[in-house]
Design a protein around this ligand. Sequence first.
Ligand SMILES: N[C@@H](CCC[C@H](N)C(=O)O)C(=O)O
Length: 281
Amino acid sequence: MKFEKYHGIGNDYLVYDCQKNTGELDGEMIRKVCDRNFGVGSDGILAGPYIEDGEFAVRVFNPDGSEAKRAGNGIRIFAKYLKDAGYTLSERLNIRTKGGKVQVRFLNADGTRIQADMGKLSFSSKEAGLVGEPREALGEKMVFGPSSYDCSCVSMGNTHCVIPMAEISREKVCKIGAFSERSDYFEDRVNTQIMKVLDKNNIQIEIFERGVGYTLASGTSSCAAAGVAFRLGLADSDVMVHMPGGKLWIQIDEDWRVKMTGSVQSVCRIEMTEDFLRFEP
Ligand SMILES: N[C@@H](CCC[C@H](N)C(=O)O)C(=O)O
């Protein structure tokens, strides 16, 4: 069983090439491989390329074994893998995910700078996976553990809950995420971002991801936070999102289509040992 490791500003993924591997990638194996002590360690696994109607498709798995509908950094990473492995020579390509199609553009020859057209952001509660009456959940009071927060919920193909705050930290988002991720407000869990607006063109976020926990960066989280900041009038439609792992440039057009630009790097190639594959905890 072989993987290639990549990261997009510290959001690390293992690519599992299903055309080249034969081993079974089930929930148990995903959890084992993603474990940072007993396995390789990563924020998830990108399995593909699958081919659907002549286009590339990828499945995104979280380290807890659950499947994600989308991953912004994951898509950019998978695009670079397709280029590195010789699956594409094009400057632009479409990649399908469970949460919709993403158009990717390589901005330089080695594919380390990538722009992704992530499609439309939606504030509809139904699309954002919220329970209850159809509505736009903007600045809605939600209780997570001992405290309540003003939450704005968004779909970027996957579900996000953005909480603007004066000061943010890893500690704060982990405290909230421990309750928000599995709270009853959401049909199938949620990605949580706490957001500090630095100025009209710069925001800063800390992230607690669905199926992952604390993470240094996230593409769909950046799009969601920028979308909420713009919708609430806190920022412009052209925003740099600062995260502990690095920055992503987000541009939102008049139809709420979101473009995301940033870097991606390959890290290493990995072959799992027989010991690892045999080991049962
Ligand atoms: N890191 C990703 C998001 C991964 C998906 C998320 N954990 C989910 O289950 O929705 C990104 O860069 O967008």
